[in-house]
Design a protein around this ligand. Sequence first.
Ligand code: IPM
Ligand code: MG
Length: 370
Amino acid sequence: MLANKTLLLLPGDGIGPEVMAQARRVLNWLQKTNRASFEISEDLVGGAAIDVHGVPVTEATMVRALAADAILFGSVGGPKWDSVPFDIRPEAALLRLRKDLGVFANLRPAKVFDALVDSSSLKPELVRGLDIMIVRECIGGIYFGEPRGVETLPDGQQRGINTEVYTTSEIERVGRVAFDLARKRGKRVASVEKSNVMESGLLWRQVMTALRNAEYPDVELSHVLADNCAMQLVRTPKQFDVIVTSNLFGDILSDLASMLTGSLGMLPSATLGAPDSLGHRHALYEPIHGSAPDIAGKGLANPLAQMLSFAMLLRYSFGMDEDALLIERACTNVLASGLRTADVMAPGCARVGTHVMGEAVVRELDKLAA
Ligand code: IPM
Ligand code: MG
């Protein structure tokens, strides 16, 4: 058994707490079966923190987050907080966590489960076996670039400003993450930018080319313009292996890619920082889906993305590949057995809620481990 690992759980808003409760059952299962020992704390974030503390993430939570070995995050936001000032919106918590933790590489797999091939909006033959890894730069670019804001011009008009900025080292470090991942997969990286209109995109392209030639000659690199990438993703998605791109393009393309798989409710993500001299790095794991306020509190949400995010946490933060695989296999088997939450419901399947789905995964874990 591994030594104690500190985990911070931040369930957040909407369906976040419901799906987190199911991930917690998997976590408990690992402890109960002596596969791991975690020191767990839980905190408010997003709207839930605004309601109690007036801010989407408190300084005390930030201190805990910085001290944790890994963070499992639910989702934040909802109509209740639509009118709070921009800089303290629920989403600001997520952006602050990413920025202060320095987690620059957001890994967003878009993987099709065989059992869900028919849930995709694309034809089954286009998506069967699809397995793309999108690596999104996560703490730079237009999300954080200066200058930003809204100013009033002399003629009384207002002007909104955001700035896309990337430095060589910011591009290189996310590029390395993408190339390293590609080496363990299909050895192909598509670097995505708009070098035909943006100087920052041209720099991105040049830096990726130089990095590939200097350090990754064994990996095939292609350059794809962002608009073309969106088109290619819905035309022939299986042409891609690893995609590496900026914060904003990654935000958009990962939503697009995730829908190819049939359900946002299925996809996990990991956001990783740079390893320190001991190999430790900050890491934040979250489902790709949002807080889904329309179904919150109804027990309808699909908990699999949250559970699979926990599996990613085991793999990337603790090197517990075997346990991660076990969880992934359990989720796959439960789907194959025909249990479905509403978002992936199909004819002939049995529709279940959040809790029953979570229970089924734990039961499957028992079976697999027996
Ligand atoms: C995401 C989300 C966030 C983002 C929001 C909630 C700030 O859309 O993680 O993709 O834009 O990064
Ligand atoms: Mg997004």
